[in-house]
Design a protein around this ligand. Structure first.
Ligand code: MG
Length: 280
């Protein structure tokens, strides 16, 4: 009998002295599932095994509208809710100079002293990332010079943010490209100034003790709800005009947003850490 059931039994007895309630409290919880079924590969759980850990309950968030950001799921780590940059820092650890206006965090204008990349104070490994952004309207510039930013996971693996609406550029530099490696499956970009969403599932790379790669980073991305990357392996840390390669790093690293000199705005940024409850 667990302490909880014992206390329930005690409370029931104290309330009316009913022995039937005490007997109820002694009963085993109802059986669920099966253990007389074949073992699944790995040999730990049976098919329909009721003793497997129950997945934690999460209250889903609400979707955003063009006018207002939605709500994050109950177990998300909210990195920006429209109010302040308390979850962020500049590269040197000082407060970031990105602007906060009308519920958005905005890359400061070119030449501003306090621009530069912005880093989350918290570090992440395997995770789900939700980000919303709007590129400047009216659009300015062409190719990579138009509404460029980036969601740089673990400070290394760039998912390109770009105004890719009617704007020709090299495919592995398009919106939701694994920059310099893998173009998106389709171009699902919205017009400049419209709020767009990235929903990213990221698996961090694993390294052997000698620093070589045991398994690469993997990324799956939905752009405005459309699948644009389907479990794609990364070749390594983002580079320009070169082939990416891996350098060993921590199991968790900060999320970084790129300042490419264009005043891209972000809102409703949250991360959910991916935890496998069966492999603590
Ligand atoms: Mg970029």
């Amino acid at each position: 009998m667990t302490m909880r059931r014992f206390l329930i039994a005690l409370a029931a007895f104290a309330a009316d002295g009913s022995t039937s309630l005490v007997a109820w409290a002694w009963q085993k919880p109802p059986e669920i599932g099966f253990q007389d079924t074949p073992l699944l590969p790995g040999g730990k759980w049976h098919v329909h095994d009721g003793t497997r850990p129950q997945p934690p309950v999460v209250t889903p968030g609400t979707p955003s509208t063009p006018e207002a950001p939605g709500k994050a799921p109950s177990d998300a780590i909210v990195l920006f809710d429209g109010r302040d940059l308390s979850q962020w820092r500049a590269g040197d650890g000082s407060p970031s100079g990105w602007l906060v206006e009308n519920g958005s965090m905005i890359i400061p204008p070119k030449g501003t002293k306090r621009g530069g990349p912005i880093f989350s104070k918290q570090s992440f490994g395997d995770c789900q990332i939700h980000a919303e952004f709007a590129t400047p309207a009216p659009a300015k510039g062409t190719g990579q010079g138009r509404g460029n930013s980036g969601i740089i996971i673990m400070g290394r693996y760039e998912i390109q943010v770009l105004d890719n609406y009617d704007n020709l550029t090299y495919p592995d530099g398009q919106a939701t490209a694994v920059y310099g490696q893998t173009p998106p499956l389709v171009n699902a970009s919205l017009k400049p100034g419209q709020w767009q969403t990235y929903d990213i599932a990221f698996t961090a790379p694993r390294f052997k003790p000698d620093g070589s790669v045991e398994s690469p980073a993997y990324v799956t991305i939905f752009h405005n709800g459309v699948l644009t990357q389907n479990h794609v392996a990364s070749l390594g840390s983002v580079v320009w005009r070169a082939v990416a390669k891996y350098e060993k790093h921590g199991a968790k690293e900060p999320l970084m947003l790129q300042d490419h000199g264009d005043p891209v705005r972000f809102r409703n940024l949250w991360v959910r850490e991916i935890k496998n409850i069966e492999q603590p």
